[in-house]
Design a binder for this molecule. Structure first.
Ligand code: NAD
Length: 273
């Protein structure tokens, strides 16, 4: 079910949680999600909004972020759109500052946006490799630096990084990208150790193969995509953006408060194939 079906229903019930039971709600919390105008980031933003979190949709394409923020608001959630380009070093502070200025606080950072160059490693230029390192590693670290300034005083925070199945199945046609995803694995573990005393958790979701904008040329029709899912993915379908939503809610809410430094593959079983 689309998690935003919950937004407009009576399911939004504040404080309706038994004290000793897992609390998946995020009422009063705010989240910044990079690259969330489309795809997996949007799926995560919608899932967080469905459990009461105010979300900042940051994207290099401000128009699409605005449209999706308006759609979440129309369904009863709280959402804003901000421009954010992870290829720009200065964007890290700008995105965090804009979120806090408009939503009043910051509790959750989702490092979702990533760029990728699909050139065989023998042909990939130094500039292309460096650009992927800057966007997929350097700017996410800078975003974490900015976010923890807000998390530490409140002794509560969540960092959710988005890796890839390619970090364990290195792709020779996307070597620079695969390496940046491996780096996020190390970064997740290092930050989790450092931030645990401040009750800040840091985890990594690794998607498998998803039906998103970046893969739009991988199939000519819906039928071809569905066949590919049956042939290629153990569970039988290509991931849909909302398929990462449940894992994100677990790791960002108090239901997941004892989980940190972990990597969770959300891949329909591809990583065990
Ligand atoms: N799609 C997959 O099969 C897949 C598999 C494994 C991991 N991932 C990871 O999941 C995350 C999301 O991937 P996706 O496929 O949903 O993305 P996508 O390519 O569909 O794009 C998502 C959004 O990112 C925005 N974006 C592009 N460049 C940007 C930039 N420089 N700064 C900010 N925003 C930018 C786009 O405008 C778009 O709205 C990425 O980290 C990706 O590496 C995706």
């Amino acid at each position: 079910m689309d998690p935003c079906c919950l937004l407009s229903s009576a399911n939004i019930r504040k404080n309706a949680v038994m004290q000793d039971q897992p609390n998946f709600r995020l009422d009063g919390k705010t989240a910044l999600i990079t690259g969330s105008g489309r795809g997996i980031g949007l799926g995560i933003a919608r899932a967080l909004a469905s459990v009461g979190c105010a979300v900042a949709l940051a994207d290099v394409d401000l128009d699409v972020a605005r449209q999706e923020a308006a759609r979440i608001e129309a369904q009863g959630g709280k959402a804003i759109a901000i421009r954010g380009d992870i290829t720009q070093i200065t964007s890290a502070k700008e995105m965090v500052d804009a979120t806090v200025a408009q939503l009043g606080r910051l509790d959750i950072l989702v490092n979702n946006a990533a760029i990728q160059s699909t050139v065989h490693w023998t042909e990939q230029s130094a500039e292309e490799i460096e650009a992927q390192y800057r966007a997929n590693i350097v700017v996410p670290i800078l975003l974490c630096q900015q976010a923890v300034k807000h998390f530490k005083p409140q002794k509560w925070g969540r960092i959710l990084n988005i890796g890839s199945i390619q970090q364990i199945k290195g792709n020779p046609k996307m070597l620079g990208y695969s390496l940046t995803k491996s780096a996020l694995h190390t970064m997740t573990r290092a930050l989790a150790r450092d931030l645990a005393p401040d009750r800040i958790t840091v985890n990594l979701i690794c998607p498998g193969y998803f039906d998103t904008w970046r893969n739009r040329f991988d199939w000519k029709s819906k039928a071809e995509m569905e066949q590919k899912g049956k042939d290629y993915v153990p569970l039988g379908w290509i991931g849909r953006p909302e398929d990462c939503g449940g894992a994100a809610v677990l790791l960002c809410s108090d239901a997941g408060q004892y989980i940190t430094g972990q990597t969770l593959f959300v891949d329909g079983g591809l990583s065990v194939k």
